[in-house]
Design a protein around this ligand. Sequence first.
Ligand SMILES: Nc1ncnc2c1ncn2[C@@H]1O[C@H](COP(=O)(O)OP(=O)(O)OP(=O)(O)O)[C@@H](O)[C@H]1O
Ligand SMILES: [Mg+2]
Length: 325
Amino acid sequence: MTTTTAPRPVEPAADIDNQESTRRDVRPLPELLCQRYQIERLLGVGGMAAVYKAKDLLREGYGDPEPFVAIKALNDYFAQFPDANALLFSEFALTSRLHHGHIIQLHGFDVDTDSERAFIILEPLRGPTLDQLLVERPTGTDWESLRELVVPLLDALAYAHQHGVIHGDIKPSNVMLAEQGVRLFDFGLGQPMEGLLPGLPRLSRQRIAAWTPRYAALELLNGEALTAAADIYAIACVIYELSSGHHPFSRLTAKQAKAMQQDQTLERPALLPPHCWPALREALAFDPTDRQITAAELRNSFAASPPKLLQRLLRPGKQRRHASA
Ligand SMILES: Nc1ncnc2c1ncn2[C@@H]1O[C@H](COP(=O)(O)OP(=O)(O)OP(=O)(O)O)[C@@H](O)[C@H]1O
Ligand SMILES: [Mg+2]
């Protein structure tokens, strides 16, 4: 981990949500950060931040043949807010306590002294995000490929929850099928569960309107607090979408879909084995009291094999023959 060279004062937790968002002048992100990280190219952009490939000159100087890292910095809009650096620090603090093979690894948090821009140093990943994968698979993902994606992803989420971290923004563009395997990343809107990391600022989703409403659980849209159950709704939408090729509620928000009683007509995706459906169906419940399933339980239902006869029927060739019989 790197050390923080120029820490900006983090606003007290109680103030950050109510803070008057007086913007500050933002200097452009320099190409050389902290005299150490040389930005080479853009890897991706999200609603709040951009991620760059950068060369770690220190590591290069010591002969590291692969001195590359990924650098995440807030975009110029979000960097204007006085608590912007605290926002990025929150992502760092949450993610750096997680050590799991399917969760992105962080190397550090730092602030460039001259520009006062904060950034996170991450493992660089290569591969499509799930939203890119969805474009390639408009009719859904077959069971075996789905399982290879979903079991590690649910493992990662179950681990985060067991360690007191709520992701807060699960959606296809925050999961990568990297060369190294599935990676859950972007805990930028994450929160610690009650009692954990007490000094960490709790960031307001109302004020930071960078999340995607179609993966947001009903209670979040109604202004209630973020809980692990909201991650369950979001991940269930992603799993349904991967399996069927389309969002479970026609890309509507949970609020709109509930008003249209879309849950009454929700059907099991054809490629999903029936033994997974009760668990996924529960995870998609609008009302959080009907959504009691944990990430570990959902994982177990996807890790289990379907009965042998069903497995044969689910193979695409067999399925077509069966349908036309
Ligand atoms: N470690 C990494 N290596 C390579 N590319 C990455 C890495 N982290 C993120 N990216 C790419 O950058 C994009 C934006 O990253 P990230 O999701 O962290 O930003 P964000 O602005 O917080 O996103 P959001 O819109 O979800 O708020 C990702 O969708 C992905 O394509
Ligand atoms: Mg993102």
